[in-house]
Design a protein around this ligand. Sequence first.
Ligand SMILES: Cc1cc2nc3c(=O)[nH]c(=O)nc-3n(C[C@H](O)[C@H](O)[C@H](O)COP(=O)(O)OP(=O)(O)OC[C@H]3O[C@@H](n4cnc5c(N)ncnc54)[C@H](O)[C@@H]3O)c2cc1C
Ligand code: SF4
Length: 583
Amino acid sequence: MTNLKPVDVAIVGGGWTGLAMAKELTTRTSATVVALERGHPRGAADYAMDMDELDYNIRLRMMQNIADETVTHRHSLRNTAVPVRQYGSFHPGTGVGGAGEHWTGMCFRFLPSLFTLRTHLTEKHGAAHLPPDLAVQDWGVTYEQLEPHYWYAEQMMGVSGKAGNLRGKLIEGGNIFEAPRMHEYPTPPLKNTQVSHLFEEAARQLGYHPYPTPAANLSENYTNPDGISRAACAYCSYCSRFGCMIGAKAQPTNTLLPVLRKQKNFQLRTGSWVHRVVHQNGRATGVEFTDASGEEFFQPAETVLLCSFTLNNVRLLYLSKIGAPYDPVAGKGTLGRNLTHQVEGGFRIFFNRPMNLFMGAGSLGRRISDFDGDNGLPGGDGLLRYGMLSLNGNGNLPIGSFGSMPPGTSQSRWGAEWKAAALQWNDRATQLNMYAEHMSYREHYFDLDPTYTDKFGDPLLRFTLDWTEHEHKQRDFAYDLAAKIAPAMGAKIDPTRPSRARYNVINYQSTHIQGGAVMGASPETSVVNPYLQHWDIPNLWVIGASSFPQTAAGNPTLTVMAVTYRAADAMINRYLKNPSRLA
Ligand SMILES: Cc1cc2nc3c(=O)[nH]c(=O)nc-3n(C[C@H](O)[C@H](O)[C@H](O)COP(=O)(O)OP(=O)(O)OC[C@H]3O[C@@H](n4cnc5c(N)ncnc54)[C@H](O)[C@@H]3O)c2cc1C
Ligand code: SF4
């Protein structure tokens, strides 16, 4: 193993969180920083060269290669886990920018009650009325503390949208159920499409409060506070699962990397797969990694940051034997607890005329939050929290979107009859999408698989997860809501009610897997403190959605960035001046 020159900070992962921490540290301090990224360099020029739907959307070119590393899954402690061999209910990325390159760009702030969910639910329902296996907990940070960091992230990305609560003043047309924000969005909302306009009108007519989905896809040319200029979205639809060819979608490579390239105290090492955090006497001393040729290195560092997405943040802690593994039977230990996966689903709707669905952008759309958190829920029926319903105008692609038709239209799934029906319904079929909170439960957690290993021979991450009755209730609630809105839009909804099937590791859900190294005010119930500093090893920080004790209805990345920027401020203003425990 080759020993490298020591650095002040070694960062594992070159995605949203890794490059954001690197940018703050290298531009605001003189610290030497190296980011170790297992994948390759890439950027807009690469995406423009060889973009095609089969390669990116169907064969998932940008995703982690599961022949190198995958996860195993089981539904409960009583089952044996098996490896995910085919993608997959989530799509982790590899390469500079991480999943932040092929993400969709929906950018939500979470509700204040999500950050204090244990306290909130206990006050509202009484502890005795909560499910006994509910593991939700307070984050140790409040919405008010995160608000400036949300704004910092929104400006960096140039998020487009319309405020619905500006310093307490409610504004129709924005999300009036959101928490107060201090500033209007950096850029105005994306354009409406024909079909999202119909959704907006129908929702309003039914008394709901539709608003434009906040998007990291630029609605107009924009220069951010770092002086990085990007072009407005061209509504090409090749957005989610693709990198943007013109840089209109905020990605780490078109927002953070251009700043980092100018920093002499920053180095990005690609093809560098980190296997262990090395530690001694309660201090991290550096990380061990293998480069693309198979050579092994030790990178000594004063401080180590894990920024390798939920799955590898948790796995690296396990592999490095850092922290007390969670035991779901005894309810003891913290590492691995509170695994959640945002509850998503779609209800197909059909029009009797073409809707020009081929044009759109990743996060374009309109949605309602009238039932977000526990707003407007009838209560008493066991449905404690719900979320949002939307019409996403992300644009139909020629292969992935082809073939949706009402049930019973064609007897076969191939041949002349099917082709004729598929052509007839092409451009007349879309869906209403639900997004709901996923509360954490005692039996849902990550640990290391006892059988299966990755290409280096290290145990795979195992996750134990199933849907509970609460998620089925959320889906039923969302379907009933969609069934009211669809006819008001002039569409027919697929009469098939939501499936009550168990958690399925094959069908794509979202890449919003969270928890495992959760934050909190006490080392008894959390892995990191509210600044994302490890309780046991103060010079190790674990950054990302691994720190979320439960999942919001909204997609996580804007909140990931807000907690990351709060961690960066704490590290720069306090920790580096006096390296010690911050909480
Ligand atoms: C198709 C898709 C659509 C999405 N849409 C949205 C959306 O609309 N809104 C939203 O909020 N979120 C969305 N997300 C989620 C979003 O991409 C993630 O929340 C975000 O990228 C997380 O940032 P991160 O830095 O934690 O991880 P990433 O951005 O994934 O970066 C982690 C990096 O670490 C590297 N890494 C991992 N392990 C190692 C190791 N051992 N050694 C070295 N490097 C390592 C990986 O290669 C990767 O580059 C989407 C994700 C996908 C896949
Ligand atoms: S839809 Fe807009 S943001 Fe998305 S890839 Fe196309 S141009 Fe870029």
